[in-house]
Design a protein around this ligand. Structure first.
Ligand code: DC
Length: 233
């Protein structure tokens, strides 16, 4: 069977990963969280003294970039895929506020993007993948059969993220979550290298006022329409 590629792009905390996981589970596809890879690079620079006074030691990062080994592995205990950095499970660390704060120092670096885009394209060689991020439909898989572009109002996204962090036991306040989301929106859309933009052939879904289930149904309609066209339903 010829599987297709599903690219999901959009702003931070827009429900992209929830949707991507639902679609992947429904279709029996592999889900790949490209943001986790940028987060792993951010964790590396934090842990290795490559951020000083909020500034990235760019030369230092470029000197070791080849040595960063970022993968997704199945964790049998958690029964889910986790992100590994040089063989270590960093799934928990990369979700914290510190990494969220510093990830936009590394994500605009063209050499970082080139390395991660190459890896992402390799994951997608066999198709049958759902990948979410910022540049998946524009740069990583410009030929993806399905492209979805997710949006939601910043206050709605901040509230969801705040509740998610609280549930995980992370100490945060709503104002700093909102501030982080607004700053990342600005950084993601204005950076020179592969900024977040809607691909001309992407279908936009604004999920501010719909449930995750309604969002899934809308997206699945799009996917099933494409699968029917390519004769794979
Ligand atoms: O999806 P996320 O919030 O986990 O992504 C973390 C950061 O990585 C986000 O601020 C933007 C960046 N990113 C990117 O530049 N390109 C991608 N394909 C995915 C994420």
């Amino acid at each position: 069977m010829n599987a297709i590629t599903i690219a999901i792009d959009g702003f931070s905390s827009c429900g992209k990963s929830t949707l991507a996981k639902q679609l992947a589970a429904h279709l029996g596809y592999t889900y790949i969280d490209s943001g986790a890879m940028y987060r792993a690079v951010a964790l590396y620079v934090i842990e290795n003294g490559l951020v000083r006074d909020g500034k990235l030691d760019r030369e230092g990062l470029l000197a070791v970039l080849d040595q960063l080994d970022i993968r997704f592995q199945h964790d049998p205990l958690a029964n889910k895929s986790v992100t590994t950095l040089n063989g270590r499970n960093v799934e928990k660390e990369i979700r914290g506020m510190e990494v969220s704060r510093y990830v936009t120092l590394v994500s605009p670096v063209p050499e970082v993007r080139a390395k991660l885009v190459r890896l992402q394209q390799a994951f997608g060689l066999e198709k049958g993948v759902v990948m979410d991020g910022r540049d998946i439909g524009t740069v990583v898989f410009p030929d993806a059969e399905v492209k979805l572009y997710m949006t939601a109002r910043p206050d709605v996204r901040a509230q969801r993220r705040y509740l998610e962090l609280k549930t995980k036991g992370v100490e945060v306040d709503y104002a700093s979550v909102l501030e982080n989301i607004e700053r990342r929106d600005e950084d993601d859309t204005t950076r020179a290298a592969d900024p977040l933009i809607k691909a001309p052939d992407a279908v936009e879904i604004d999920n501010s006022d719909i449930t995750a289930q309604q969002q899934f149904e809308q997206a699945l309609d799009v996917v099933l329409g494409v699968l029917a066209q390519v004769g794979q339903e």
